[in-house]
Write a protein that binds this ligand. Structure first.
Ligand SMILES: C[S@@+](CC[C@H](N)C(=O)[O-])C[C@H]1O[C@@H](n2cnc3c(N)ncnc32)[C@H](O)[C@@H]1O
Length: 428
């Protein structure tokens, strides 16, 4: 397929996402099934146009003076692929599978929009209702930070120290341009792809099959690192899901001590079993029934709550979620978080730690949630997060925001997905 055919396909997929309010990954998969002739390169390019367009939807709309799937797809190529209107029209010329080239009206709109600065909410590429939330979290830096959440993400890997080491994995992945992460001690990064390219399928590597590494955002690795789990501890990972944090904690504990991995949804835990086998984590018990947790009451050195949240910190990877999110979902997640915190506090032994993590950038789910928890339970007191950060990442105070109760990471500041971390010590 030439660019014109790929652009037409991206418009079709964006239209499907809009009409049927469905996730981008599903719409792309369906398109692939009904267009089996399309090769891997075509699928990657179409996916990139769709995801770029969704990340920069407002900017694309501003540029073309419209917010149709066509405007979003053309906008993606103009904003992210280094295309000019002229080079784009030249590439579409004579291609019978291409959509109609940019019209005179569209070219004039592009000229007009390019002549001035877009309003802040357009530069931020954020829904209007989220703007006050982003301002609350990022203050004067809210536009730059929100734009960071609309950029292409890197591919991050965590080396499994139970089976390998970073230099060995770097050698294995040398052809991919992989480099050590800036912060996470076992992190490896493959930079964001350009244009129509795609990240290598690292999970097809023999080193992955041997359990040498996992795919995990650097922010998630840092959150696990900040729990400071040590060999021999008793740890409850209460929202373990597919086990990303569980595996990281188990490696930090060198397979000594015990991790109880729980999740309210049994099917979310399903992938954990294969992952534990491949990575040779031997100190993890998976517990799906809440009743079976009662024996742990008051005995845990560390309880980790990787809480259900809006996921606003992961908008780079799931930009469609940014436009589907609604205020009522934020309120629902906040209620769940408060309920979970109230439940899990009983598992922490006196002197033990409760680590609360979200992949959201919204204050209400983060420091705000912890402030109201502390008002209800004064025996839980935040550790000194400045000291904690410096102990793990000396000289890198610039890479995180220290808040009243915890630590916030973000793409623009930290080079990671947006994450929040707070460790509370139980006194009595
Ligand atoms: C952010 S995800 C966890 C991701 C996982 N820890 C990882 O690192 O891969 C949040 C998880 O919380 C679970 N969850 C939601 N409500 C819960 C509850 N009341 N009790 C326990 N788990 C819950 C969800 O099923 C979901 O798997």
């Amino acid at each position: 397929m030439r660019l014109g055919g790929r652009l037409a396909a991206a418009i079709e997929v964006l239209d499907d996402i809009r009409q049927r309010h469905r996730p981008a990954a599903e719409a792309l998969k369906d398109w692939g099934i009904s267009h089996r002739f399309a090769g891997g390169g075509d699928r990657a390019a179409i996916g990139n146009i769709v995801y770029d367009g969704l990340r920069r939807r407002r900017s694309a709309g501003w540029l073309l003076g419209d917010d149709t799937p066509r405007a979003v797809a053309f906008g993606a190529l103009l904003l992210e692929w280094g295309r000019t209107p002229q080079s784009l029209n030249a590439a579409l010329d004579g291609d019978r599978f291409a959509p109609p080239p940019l019209s005179e009206t569209e070219l004039q709109a592009i000229d007009a929009a390019s002549a001035g600065d877009a309003p802040p909410e357009v530069q931020a590429d954020a829904p209007d209702w989220c703007v006050p939330l982003l301002m609350e979290s990022f203050g004067a830096e809210w536009v730059e930070e929100s734009a960071g959440l609309a950029a292409r993400p890197p591919l991050d890997i965590r080396v499994n120290t139970l089976k390998s080491e970073r230099t060995k994995v770097l050698t294995e992945l040398a052809s991919t341009g992989a480099v050590p992460c800036a912060l996470a001690p076992q992190g490896i990064r493959i930079a964001p792809i350009a244009g129509g390219g795609r990240h290598p399928n690292v999970q097809a590597e023999p080193a992955f099959q041997k359990g040498w590494f996992e795919v995990q955002d650097e922010g998630s690795q840092i959150a696990a690192e900040l729990t400071a789990a040590t060999p021999g501890q008793q740890v409850l990972d209460y929202c373990a899901g597919a086990g990303g944090k569980t595996l990281a904690l188990s490696a930090m504990m060198q397979n000594h001590g015990q991790i109880y991995a729980h999740d309210a949804e049994k099917q979310r835990l399903a992938p954990i079993f294969d992952r534990l086998r491949r990575s040779e984590n031997r100190n993890v018990q998976v517990i799906s029934k809440p009743a079976e947790l009662s024996a742990l009451t008051g005995h845990m050195d560390l309880v980790v709550v990787d809480a259900p949240c809006t996921g606003s910190g992961t908008w780079r990877r799931r930009p469609d979620a940014k436009w589907r999110l609604a205020r009522r979902q934020l309120d629902a997640r906040k209620a769940e978080q408060a309920g979970i915190l109230d439940t899990v506090r009983e598992f922490v032994k006196p002197g033990g730690l409760l680590a609360y993590i979200t992949c959201s950038v919204f204050e209400e789910e983060n420091d705000g949630q912890i402030a109201v928890f502390r008002a209800r339970h004064s025996n839980f007191v935040p550790v000194d997060h400045g000291m904690l950060w410096n102990a793990h990442f000396p000289g890198r105070q610039d890479a995180a925001r220290m808040l009243e109760n915890g630590i916030a990471l973000s793409p623009a500041r930290s080079g990671t997905d947006g994450f929040y971390f707070c460790a509370l010590r139980r006194h009595a």
